[in-house]
Design a protein around this ligand. Structure first.
Ligand SMILES: [Zn+2]
Length: 383
């Protein structure tokens, strides 16, 4: 996904303000044990935003009523003239235990826009509930890559995508071995407790997702799974002195992740993971497949004007990988900022081809499967 003109993403669109405020309130509620008063104050402020959007006579009027609303489908809070995209209507933000739901983590965050009056006000709130995805990307790329050299830019971004978590010592050694990599100070942080299993001896363990290598979420019921649902492997935790995982679903086969000690381990910030690492994994997978087909690939050319420039035989293809769980926000982005290359829908998103072509008939768009066959054909033709 290209990082392009940033602009101000503050919004006055009522449903967007409601989505931003309800996600912030839900996050605050989910960490109230740790954050105490600050969390309750945040929920109170978000109640104010929700009340202001709803106007007198409708919607929740107390923090308690707002929290109750967060346990119901969002249609209740977004209903009537304030209605947002249909895909959000059935989404519930808080589960019975007061934790954020999977939908909150992977779908709703794609709709986040900062609230003008509250931007940057709460440093303990994670970026993915307070900032637009483009702002998160922009921050990473200007912070980690304070360089004009394209090869350092690519090396640094690739390193982050390939190493979103690990032992701090090993991350530093790998970075030094890779060369040309610049990382933001404080770019990695401690692994959040909800992605850690603590044994009865107090020792903590984490498991890298087989797809993205970021620590998977560990539920209190012992289910272990990546927060990004297209990374679909689900595991049961077997609590032992050194706990192990057992695959629960029967999806595509993947190696069993090995337990890693949490002590001394770090991972990328959740917003960086969701909006840089997750799409980056697809970008690198497609690049590697094109290289295996004997094409030459340039990653993120011209400082990321688009994602991949592929030279196959005598042909040249430029593509921009778009991995959006939210179909409505994908359309919205493409409408407001026309892409500078053909759009490529990665595996798991190929179903968007037809509706996308229907919604934007002039758009050049392909899928991972179609694109790679095109690359292979071009290589064969040149032989
Ligand atoms: Zn994952």
């Amino acid at each position: 996904m290209s990082e392009s003109a940033l602009g101000q993403h503050y919004t006055d669109v009522p449903w967007q303000r409601l989505v931003a405020a309800t996600l912030r309130a839900a996050y605050a509620w989910s960490v109230r044990d740790v954050r105490g008063n600050a969390a309750m104050l945040e929920i109170a402020k978000m109640t104010g935003v929700v009340m202001e959007v709803h106007g007198p006579g409708s919607g929740p009027v107390t923090p308690a009523a707002l929290v109750e609303g967060l346990r119901q489908p969002l249609a209740g809070l977004l209903g009537g003239p304030r209605q947002g995209p249909a895909e959000l209507a059935d989404v519930v933000l808080l589960d019975k235990e007061g934790n954020l739901t999977e939908n909150a983590y992977d779908l709703v965050c794609e709709h986040v826009v900062p609230l003008r009056e509250l931007a940057g006000a709460q440093p303990w709130l994670p970026t993915w509930v307070t900032m637009h995805s483009d702002q998160i990307r922009h921050r990473v790329f200007t912070a980690i890559i304070n360089t004009t050299k394209q090869d350092e830019y690519v090396a640094s971004r690739k390193f982050l995508v390939e190493h979103p978590a690990g032992r701090e010592q090993e991350l530093v050694e790998q970075r030094d071995r890779t060369g040309g990599v610049r990382l933001a100070p404080g770019g990695y942080r401690d692994i959040p407790e909800k992605q850690v299993y603590r044994g009865s001896d107090g020792r903590g363990w984490w498991w890298p997702c087989p797809d993205c290598k970021w620590p998977m979420a560990v539920s209190s019921a012992g289910k272990v799974r990546c927060r990004y649902r297209p990374h679909s492997a689900v595991y049961d935790l077997l609590p032992e002195a050194r706990p192990k995982l057992r695959r629960r679903d029967d999806g595509p086969r993947a190696l069993l992740p090995v337990s890693q000690a949490v002590e001394g381990a770090k991972c990328a910030d959740a917003g960086v993971w969701r909006f840089v690492v997750v799409p980056g994994v697809s970008e690198l997978r497609i690049a590697a497949a094109a290289e295996r087909a004997n094409a030459k690939v340039q990653l993120w050319p011209h400082r990321d004007r688009y994602d991949l420039l592929v030279r196959a035989g005598r042909e040249k293809f430029a593509v921009d990988v778009k991995e959006c769980l939210s179909f409505s926000s994908l359309i919205d982005r493409l409408r407001t900022r026309p892409p500078s290359a053909r759009i490529l829908l990665p595996k798991s998103f190929e179903w968007q081809l037809e509706p996308l072509t229907e919604a934007l008939p002039g758009l050049a768009v392909t899928t991972e499967t179609k694109f790679l066959s095109q690359v292979r054909a071009a290589v064969r033709k040149a032989r």
